[in-house]
Design a protein around this ligand. Structure first.
Ligand code: PAF
Length: 285
């Protein structure tokens, strides 16, 4: 069998723009898949979606320091560029943009993109500065590449809504598309951070999705949201989660807390299992 053609890698904004400029001149449409690497089947589903819907797919790989808090896992976040590039080559993706920190944040850069309201709730409340880091780097990636469509996973549902918000507010001419969560057979949502789980933690982790599904069903069948959310917190603790940051029923667009199902709603949770923080979410109703 013929070996996969290695994906082209570029490391500078100038080279990224040159390659995308050539595609544009040839009249080709462009999809962008921003990632922090350590690619798993969830990321690859975004790449496949982009390849099915656009002529050329560019994947970005940048472990963005500005979205990690001082006590978070930036220094140990899994990094596997060559293995990531091999997976992308096997899919036939067209370009990997893997800049270093100095390329993304040259000396003297101070400008930040902040998304008040939706960016302050849930993840924003527990990880101060997280969404400013995400919004700043995604704004830069979108402006550097100016794709037709950018693809994000629903696993980070609030991130997807925050990105939609600032893209609309800043008139960035890019369509934002969300792709469904990819799960292990036992329900655990794929995440690069699952690599941190030891054997016992890995066995307990699917309870996050199971509890969200059960809670979603209870609310859809008429249980009071406050009671169902309280029960969910207890059930997560009983399943081995050591700390529950939040289990919230939220408006599916603004992510404001809601207590009923008058409008589309989303159930979102973040909980710790040992030293690993997992997030997940499901639609309700
Ligand atoms: O979801 C991620 O992997 C990151 O938050 C993103 C969107 C690539 C920005 O660094």
């Amino acid at each position: 069998m013929a070996a996969d053609k290695p994906i082209e890698r570029v490391r500078t904004v100038a080279d990224l723009r040159a390659r995308i400029g050539e595609w544009r001149k040839a009249g080709l449409s462009v999809g962008l898949v921003p990632t922090m690497g350590a690619l798993h089947a969830g990321h690859l589903s975004l790449v496949e979606r982009s390849m099915a819907n656009t002529d050329r797919t560019c994947v970005t790989l940048f472990v963005n320091p500005t979205q990690f808090g001082p006590n978070e896992d930036f220094s140990v976040y899994p990094r596997s560029e060559d293995a990531d590039a091999a997976q992308l080559s096997a899919l036939g993706a067209h370009l990997l943009f893997a800049p270093d920190t100095a390329e993304m944040y040259p000396e003297g850069a101070v400008t930040k993109v902040t998304v008040p309201g939706i960016g302050d709730r849930l993840e924003g409340a527990f990880r101060p500065g997280f969404f400013t880091g995400v919004a700043t780097v995604v704004t830069k990636l979108l402006l550097q590449s100016l794709p037709d469509v950018a693809f994000f996973g629903e696993k980070d549902f609030q991130q997807y809504r925050v990105i939609q918000r600032f893209v609309a507010d800043l008139d960035i001419p890019v369509r934002i598309e969300a792709c469904p969560i990819v799960r292990e057979a036992d329900g655990l949502a794929l995440s690069s951070r699952n690599a941190y789980l030891d054997e016992n933690e890995r066995r307990a982790a699917p309870a996050l999705f199971a509890v969200l599904e059960l809670t979603s069903r209870r609310i859809a069948e008429g249980a009071a949201a406050a009671d169902a959310l309280e029960a969910a917190r207890h059930e997560l603790a009983a399943a081995g989660f050591t700390k529950v940051d939040y289990v919230e029923l939220a408006d599916a667009e603004s992510l404001e807390p809601v207590s009923g199902l008058d409008r589309p709603a989303r159930l979102l949770a973040a909980a710790w299992i040992g030293k690993t923080r997992l997030i997940d979410n499901v639609a309700v109703g």
